[in-house]
Design a protein around this ligand. Structure first.
Ligand code: HEC
Length: 107
């Protein structure tokens, strides 16, 4: 019984590792999740597909920063991403969210 409780505790702690949790919290709080999921297409592309598309491309992080901030369309289809201003997501949080997406949106 004791051992079982400890195993469950360890699994919970592993799945709540700080950086991933923080990034997931950011995209939830900024309501990116209304249009994006980690591993399936919704209104916008899956974050893991975004990671695959830009893998190894220098400058991707700053391009995506501007794209998410100002919105746009045409890269994944005709549906536009609406702009996401600073009242929705701060510069620091947007940078962190994009770094997390480009690293494969690991949970
Ligand atoms: C209203 C729906 C919507 C919301 C809210 C939204 N997105 Fe998007 N997002 C889209 C669509 C649609 C695209 C595809 C745009 C295109 O084809 O160029 C996209 C594309 C992207 C891309 C890839 C851009 C590219 O040029 O390859 C990233 C990264 C991204 N979104 C991140 C975010 C983040 C982070 C947030 C929250 C701050 C967010 N999105 C909020 C709809 C949305």
């Amino acid at each position: 019984m004791m051992i079982r409780t400890m195993v469950v505790g360890a699994v919970l702690m592993a799945s709540m590792s700080a950086p991933a949790m923080a990034s997931m919290e950011i995209v939830k709080k900024a309501r990116c999740v209304a249009c994006h999921a980690v591993d399936k297409k919704m209104v916008g592309p899956a974050y893991r597909e975004v990671a695959a598309k830009y893998e190894g491309q220098a400058g991707a992080a700053s391009e995506l920063f501007d794209k998410v901030r100002h919105g746009g369309s045409g890269t994944w289809g005709a549906i536009p991403m609406t702009p996401n201003d600073e009242s929705r997501i701060s510069d620091d949080n947007l940078k962190a969210a994009i770094a997390w997406i480009l690293a494969g949106a690991k949970d």
